[in-house]
Design a protein. Structure first.
Length: 485
């Protein structure tokens, strides 16, 4: 095959435009890439820092980002630059056989597509069957000839799921392709699930400015709206707001929630009414579990499950529920568990760190899934640790409320929240009424007027308490001021 002849000789003039309408624009990531690409496209010189690395848990839209970049920079014939760009997108996920041959086949196919030409389509299939060292050398020669044929152009190499690559495959790609391209006008953008995949780091990191990677940003409300449009859902403004609040802008959760909302519309129901039914879906539970498995060892997950019923927790709450209540964990320092929580908060939105309160906050979806699954097991007679865990939490807050001179209204709000969840398990209205009356009397006698006011405001704003308590009991709570003696 002779690819040294300039590709410009075989160009057609496709009526193709930048397909920005197919993807949700990623402004934060584009701000990193755009100045590097513009520099190379206008000056014809290689980039100073030619490797960009984005990481994020499953569901953050890594593949979607690379496809967006591929479309944005992929059609050189339309870009009015002295050294316009071409893109090559390659994913390591699920690849078998010769990775180099598969890469070159993908490159040939994509260059043909971008130029609207079929010049190399037949060779793509031939490359996929090559796997010996001699044949790889031949493939590499074809690759270099191909790149020489497009030397006017700036290459954007997009490598997806690099942490899915076998170590030897990654070394092959690096030795044959990455090192070769870095000497030319090329930007390499990689994605991975984790930040700390050491063996995947490019050797060039030692030669250029260190790049420790950038976490993938989550979608804003406006981006979530655009995603809904692309998915073909006519989502109401109230539903859109609910979706975004529940998902925290995680694209995969947006997707699942939109599918749910779309399906429910056929029965006239609205997503805005609550998220209990949403988290009963297996796809949500499976997605959350995949994210957890990706970051946290199984044995640590089992220990952290002791604090999942909490909505927010500081060091002392973690210590009480994990160390004091489970003596076998006492050999582990509290910082051991806090480190894993920080891992979850830094790379996902399953747990977030509220720096103002110096507390971790569990994502509502995680709480609901945990509580629903635990409640289902309890009702099936399999395992009622659900009730025991919530009762431990209630006991902890009561102990702190009664032993503290200045009672925190937070303790009482959380006691009410867990009484509501306990009610879901046994559906005993008399027991619930007695429990709430106990909180009311305590609040009326122990809270000063300012704290009492804050408690009422917190109860009125607490959507989860509102959703889980029967209407009559909830109304009684939020009108505590009328019952105050």
């Amino acid at each position: 095959m002779n690819t040294s002849r300039s590709v410009e000789h075989v160009l057609v003039s496709p009526n193709r435009q930048y397909k920005k309408e197919l993807y949700v624009p990623r402004q934060e990531e584009t701000k990193v890439i755009q100045p590097i690409m513009e520099y190379m496209e206008t000056t014809g010189k290689p980039a100073v820092g030619p490797v960009v690395y984005f990481y994020g848990m499953k569901g953050t839209g890594k593949t979607w980002l690379l496809k967006y970049l591929s479309e944005r920079y992929g059609y050189a014939i339309e870009r009015e630059k002295d050294y316009p760009s071409l893109t090559i997108l390659y994913s390591f996920n699920g690849k078998n056989g010769s990775v180099l041959a598969a890469f070159v086949a993908a490159m040939v196919d994509q260059l043909d597509r971008q130029f609207g030409s079929h010049r190399w389509r037949g060779d793509a299939k031939k490359f996929a069957r090559l796997d010996t060292e001699d044949q790889l050398q031949a493939v590499f020669k074809a690759l270099t000839d191909l790149i020489s044929g497009v030397k006017r152009y700036t290459l954007l190499l997009l490598l997806d799921d690099v942490d899915e690559a076998e170590k030897n495959d990654w070394r092959t790609i690096q030795d044959y392709i990455v090192d070769y391209l870095l000497e030319r006008r090329c930007l390499i953008v990689t994605t991975a699930s984790r930040q700390d995949t050491d063996w995947l780091r490019f050797e060039v990191y030692r030669k250029i400015e260190a790049w420790d990677g950038k976490p993938l940003s989550l979608f804003s409300l406006e981006q979530t709206k655009r995603q809904m449009e692309l998915l073909g859902f006519a989502v109401l403004e109230a539903e859109l707001s609910s979706i975004w609040k529940i998902s925290s802008g995680l694209p995969r959760l947006n997707d699942l929630l939109a599918v749910y909302a779309h399906g429910k519309k056929e029965t006239g129901a609205s997503i805005g009414g609550g998220i209990d039914a949403i988290t009963r879906r297996n796809d949500f539970a499976e997605f959350i579990q995949i994210c957890m498995d990706d970051l946290i060892p199984t044995e640590v997950q089992a220990d952290l499950a002791l604090i999942y019923p909490l909505r927010s927790y500081e060091r002392e709450e973690v210590r009480y529920l994990m160390i004091d209540q489970k003596p076998e964990l006492s050999s582990q320092p509290i910082n051991y568990f806090l480190t894993w929580l920080k891992e979850l908060s830094s790379k996902t939105r399953l747990v977030s760190l509220d720096k103002g309160k110096k507390a971790f906050v569990t994502h509502p979806v995680v709480r609901r899934i945990f509580n629903f699954q635990a409640l289902s097991r309890c009702k099936a007679g399999e395992d009622c640790d659900f009730l025991k865990q919530h009762q431990r939490v209630i006991a902890m807050y009561w102990e702190w409320a009664t032993d503290t001179p200045k009672v925190s209204d937070k303790y009482l709000v959380e006691i009410i929240f867990h009484y509501a969840l306990e009610y879901l398990a046994h559906k005993d209205p008399e027991r619930l009424a007695k429990n709430l009356e106990k909180v009311i009397r305590f609040a009326q006698t122990r809270l000063n007027p300012n704290r009492y006011s804050l408690l009422l405001e917190a109860l009125e704003e607490d959507q989860e308490i509102k959703e889980n308590l029967p209407i009559r009991e909830y109304q009684q709570l939020v009108h505590l001021d009328t019952a105050r003696g």
